[in-house]
Design a protein around this ligand. Sequence first.
Ligand SMILES: Cc1cc2nc3c(=O)[nH]c(=O)nc-3n(C[C@H](O)[C@H](O)[C@H](O)COP(=O)(O)OP(=O)(O)OC[C@H]3O[C@@H](n4cnc5c(N)ncnc54)[C@H](O)[C@@H]3O)c2cc1C
Length: 509
Amino acid sequence: MKKQPHVVWFKRDLRITDHAPLLAASQQGAPIIPLYIIEPGYWRQSFASRRHWHYVHDCLVDLNEALTGLGQPLVIKIGTACDVFMKLSQEYSIIKIWAHEETGNRWTYDRDIAVHSTCAMNGITIHELPSNGVVRRLGNRDNWSAIRNARMAERILPRPVALQTVADYQSVDLPSKVDPMFGETSIGHVQKGGRNAAVEDLTSFLGYRSRAYLQHISAPNLSEVHCSRLSTHLTWGALSVREVIQSISKRRTQLNSDSSKHFSRNLSAFGSRLAWRCHFIQKIEDQPEIETHCMHPAFEGLRVDEHNETYFQAWATGNTGYPFIDACMRNLAAEGWITFRMRAMLVSFASYQLWLDWRITGDHLACLFTDYEPGIHYSQLQMQSGVTGINAMRVYNPIKQSQEHDPTGSFIRKWVPELRSITDESIHEPWEIKASLFGNSGALEGYPSPVVDHVVSAKRAKERITKVRNSPLFRTTAATVHQKLGSRKLSVRRKKKLPVKEENQLTLI
Ligand SMILES: Cc1cc2nc3c(=O)[nH]c(=O)nc-3n(C[C@H](O)[C@H](O)[C@H](O)COP(=O)(O)OP(=O)(O)OC[C@H]3O[C@@H](n4cnc5c(N)ncnc54)[C@H](O)[C@@H]3O)c2cc1C
């Protein structure tokens, strides 16, 4: 007679604490197969990269160790999810598959639909439980915030005490970090992954790094220390967002003295961002098309037919001739993370000054960001490209940003060594000295001349976007977009004219 196990399918929830499907399955009194499926089809997609795999690899090592401690190691399979479940169901009489509701991108959405239909045809039940603050089949956005906050206040689920083992389970070996299945391109540094690293980062952030969080949130050289750096851990589920939120509350109760007010203010700003996180992921849950279509259809087709590959390559390799832009891109390529402001500026420059389509630049960035999170990523790409139709157009001036955030040019010199010997005053616009020394011909010691005139190209881009915004049908459709995807909280704030404090790094829609 075939064994009758429950299967717990791990996806982007690579932990055992606060893991509702694992806990529920462990309480059923039957053996458990904790399963991770490596799907080669996923890793071939244009948004997936070896950098992501490096991080996931670390998580799987930790997860396996934790599960082994409970009595049943992780089972790893390679193939399409449908095939893996079909094969498992030939070996075992699966009682139920348990998983979190995943809000990912179109690929994972289609994969989940296929798995559901395969299982339905084969009489296998799948039981999915909510993940984070995202509400599946949300009827009305007005209720979302209350549901999300209630979920965040629920108790953190303990890890299971033990798992009944499936003695004869078969697992493939964990492929190495450099396995060609995950892409050939070389990558730079990757943030250490896994539960242990995630808990360390959370502890050090709440303990001391957050003290200067708001002060350095946009500083290119300091943000990597003073921002939480939890995004990657949250993306791949080494931590649950509820765990982080409840850890903030605990920390704030410890910080009661006056001298801690400043600390506490930083923690509330951090907490707001975790709410934004859920807000943006809810958007893609409600409207998966935002990965591929402009939120406001009037902007569809605006840039895509005018793609300029030379501009794209200059931007993607950090060779636009704008030192601060290039330093940010090279920093990101080397380390897989950059702060919010610099991400926004990179996209704005690509979308306005270089008139590149956000879907093309978005894939490039998705591969570089270790924390690629579809809900945040596509919403932000669209916002910074001016195609949502709701929020204000924000065109960054790369020279002003450079002067403001890297006044002495130390960040530029670190990442654009060609400019190492340029003075602090000239480093933001090195072509000025080039012109004074050599006239307008020739590059500066191997560093390119600006790929476009940023003032002229920004002006042209603004005119084109404004023309669309002034078209007759634009406003009616914008109201519909807001009804479907917009944040209710900030509408209230606007009505009451409350001051917008730390939220000013972006306008939520
Ligand atoms: C074009 C663009 C693309 C982006 N793509 C991603 C992405 O793929 N994955 C991702 O996690 N973040 C993305 N962000 C948002 C933001 O830049 C990162 O979350 C942040 O820099 C991560 O660093 P941290 O964890 O130290 O953030 P902290 O400042 O410490 O913030 C704490 C957490 O709040 C959330 N958060 C912070 N800022 C935002 C925001 N503006 N919107 C929504 N949630 C936020 C993240 O989960 C983050 O881990 C993107 C921003 C832009 C402009």
